[in-house]
Unconditional design. Structure first.
Length: 184
């Protein structure tokens, strides 16, 4: 059981998916990496994450370093014609059971313009077609109704609720578990 070396090689690389370029975090220039950090630190993104503190440059660099040769997770910044659109990730990748958890955030300047949909379909292509996973799962704060509606519009089903699962600013919050199974 476990992830083969080949899987690891697939994770730590860049991809072209239709008109999007998926650049692995470990391949980003310092400037690109800092742009990613600024999107992640923006209030409209940070407010919906498990970790809501401002990420420092050093912390971000340590995080990126940890993605080298990582068998269980991959993060990609997504570009369209050199314009950074957002970030997609696959974590808790389990090759035996053929699932992963996804993550997504759009650069704040691109919110409400249909970019999330493009990023999500690139992520599904990567997970289902390139890596060959069977299912995708995600966890979303119950109060993030915008994201829940976004996932439902894109074929994800609610599969459960993790009650009082995340401690955010001193308050326990419910998490909605959602999933999609590859139909091909
Ligand atoms: C959740 C999130 C990824 C959705 O991304 P998005 O780009 O806003 O979502 P969509 O691709 O569905 O686009 C949504 C809007 O664009 C509109 N839209 C869709 N296609 C469009 C197009 N081609 N042209 C113009 N507008 C379009 C939709 O009508 C919709 O409008 P609304 O948001 O006012 O209802 C994004 O809001 C985000 O990054 N949020 C913060 C982080 C977060 O919550 N991540 C999820 C944690 S689990």
């Amino acid at each position: 059981m476990g992830i083969s070396v080949k899987q690891n090689l697939i994770l730590e690389q860049n991809y072209n998916v239709e008109n999007l370029f998926l650049k692995h975090f470990t391949a980003l220039s310092e400037e690109e990496s800092e742009a990613v950090r600024s999107w992640r630190n923006h209030q409209e993104v940070r407010a919906f994450m498990y970790q809501q503190h401002i990420t420092s440059k050093e912390e971000h660099q340590r995080f990126v370093k940890g993605l080298h040769n990582n068998l269980e997770k991959g993060y990609w910044a997504v570009f369209k014609e050199n314009e950074g659109l957002g970030v997609i990730s696959l974590t808790r990748i389990n090759i035996f059971h053929s699932y992963a958890f996804l993550g997504i955030y759009v650069s704040p300047q691109w919110h409400h313009q249909g970019v999330g949909k493009q990023l999500l379909s690139a992520l599904e292509f990567l997970a289902f077609q390139k890596i060959g996973l069977h299912s995708l799962r995600l966890e979303v704060l119950e109060e993030n109704q915008k994201a829940i509606a976004f996932y439902e519009r894109n074929g994800f089903l609610k599969e459960g609720c993790l009650r009082d699962f995340a401690l955010i600013h001193g308050q326990f919050k419910n998490i909605v578990l959602m999933g999609k199974i590859d139909e091909n």
